[in-house]
Design a protein around this ligand. Sequence first.
Ligand code: RP5
Ligand code: MG
Ligand code: MG
Length: 281
Amino acid sequence: VKMHYKCRNNLYPDSSKKIERFPVPDEKVPWSVKWESYNPPYFTSPGVLGKPWAQPEIGESGFQVNKVSSETETNDKSAVGYNYEVVDGYPINPVGRTGLRGRGLLGSWGPNHAADPIVTRWKKQENGKQILDEKTGKPYLQFVSIQRRDCGEWAIPGGFVDPEEQPGQTLRREFVEEALDSFTGQENEKEKIVKELDTLFSNGTPIYSGYVDDRRNTDNAWITTTAVLFHDSDQVFDKIKLSAGDDAGKVMWKDISDELVLYASHKAFIKEVAVTLNAHW
Ligand code: RP5
Ligand code: MG
Ligand code: MG
């Protein structure tokens, strides 16, 4: 992700206050382009200030530059999003201007680390045969998609890396919370499912690591993610029922193709998955 669009939405997504971004045209996104009159408003959501999971405002006592454990584990530190400049104490968005200063809805200054588990399976007919696309001749792949409660958009069931957590743990935890409703209603089968998930999540293929074009990003805070593919080749999901939980309103297996409309940069990750597994796109 080298350019951002979704974080230049005019109205910042916080229901507590009506915050408008300073309009930034494409050509003025790069900081290298001089723009004397650029004067974005400053906003950090009241829902973030003073929260135990969030950093204090810059200059307040106790402030420390973000160094969560995931930062040390990222295999591709050179990826966009992890390296950034700090000006007058404020981290600067490495992709460019967003029309808003402060942290908005984000808890950390600079990168806010997330993880996105992409769970896939081949689309099958009732007789178990794969379904091929007529034009491309390639098999249809499906992935577990959730509908976000905050904006109604369909997305990968991802979430932020907790302090003390490694992204590998976040991938599985978020999947269970959002797509399996933390095992609610699966009590009898729970142990079996846990074992099957252990196997599935022990063998991932890295898809993307770096900056996400998320609507919550600001000039001083942004989301980075580690997206990993877990392909269900053992068909364990023939037996596991999906169930939406936490910040997911709905969950379903979605067919993968260029027609998908997804949250943030998720479509780009899914395209990479289709290429990796040589599936229809
Ligand atoms: C996206 O926001 C990331 O790719 C990840 O899917 C998600 C994390 O935020 P929450 O789902 O916790 O709101 O940018
Ligand atoms: Mg979550
Ligand atoms: Mg989430």
